[in-house]
Design a protein around this ligand. Structure first.
Ligand code: URA
Length: 182
């Protein structure tokens, strides 16, 4: 990460109010600073906090297997979360949390300047495409936000409950792989 961007990222991190920044539950983004694709999840869970990396639990295994299917190497993409502190009891992130962490997410995206941003699930997708709609309506399309190409898709954990979600997620990731020139 170039120094000026790293400084901006650190500056945004310093702005997070103390009550929303429990360092014991914090998980930062992981991946190369020049990645072509940035994935944005919702918030870390227990496994992520334990290992200090996003998407390393059950949802991560689904993501890994789909990435492999479409020919994207996990180590070549950047993976982060909308909210970077694990919410208590894995509850949904609140609007205060999303608002507080928003500048950090955009500092990351601008630092990496990827070819494609892929928000996973409703919370991240609504944030990145700035539309309040169900994820089933948002996915399947390509959007533009601040000059970035955005392909919202289902959260990998949604495949646990509905088989058709997996097919949709795979279809979206195939488009992402094409856009990223894989
Ligand atoms: N779910 C998310 O949204 N993010 C993670 O890092 C793990 C699971």
């Amino acid at each position: 990460m170039p120094l000026d961007i790293r400084e901006r990222f650190e500056a945004e991190l310093a702005e997070i109010p103390d009550d929303l920044f429990d360092r014991e539950r914090f998980v930062g983004g992981v991946g190369p600073a020049d990645a072509d694709v940035v994935f944005v999840g919702e918030a870390p869970g227990a496994n992520e906090v334990e290992q200090g990396e996003p998407f390393v639990g059950n949802a991560g295994r689904v993501l890994d297997s789909l990435l492999e299917d479409v020919g994207i190497e996990r180590k070549q993409v950047y993976i982060t979360n909308l909210v970077k502190v694990r919410p208590p009891e894995n509850r949904d992130p609140t609007s205060d949390e999303i608002e507080a962490w928003r500048p950090v997410l955009w500092a990351e995206i601008e630092a990496i300047d990827p070819a494609v941003v892929v928000p996973l699930g409703a919370f991240a997708s609504r944030e990145v495409v700035e539309r309040d709609a169900p994820i089933s309506d948002l996915r399947g399309e390509t959007y533009e936000r601040d000059g970035y190409v955005v392909v919202p898709t289902y959260h990998p954990a949604a495949t646990f409950y509905d088989d058709s979600v997996k097919a949709g997620l795979q279809e979206d990731l195939e488009r992402v792989a094409e856009m990223a020139g894989r």
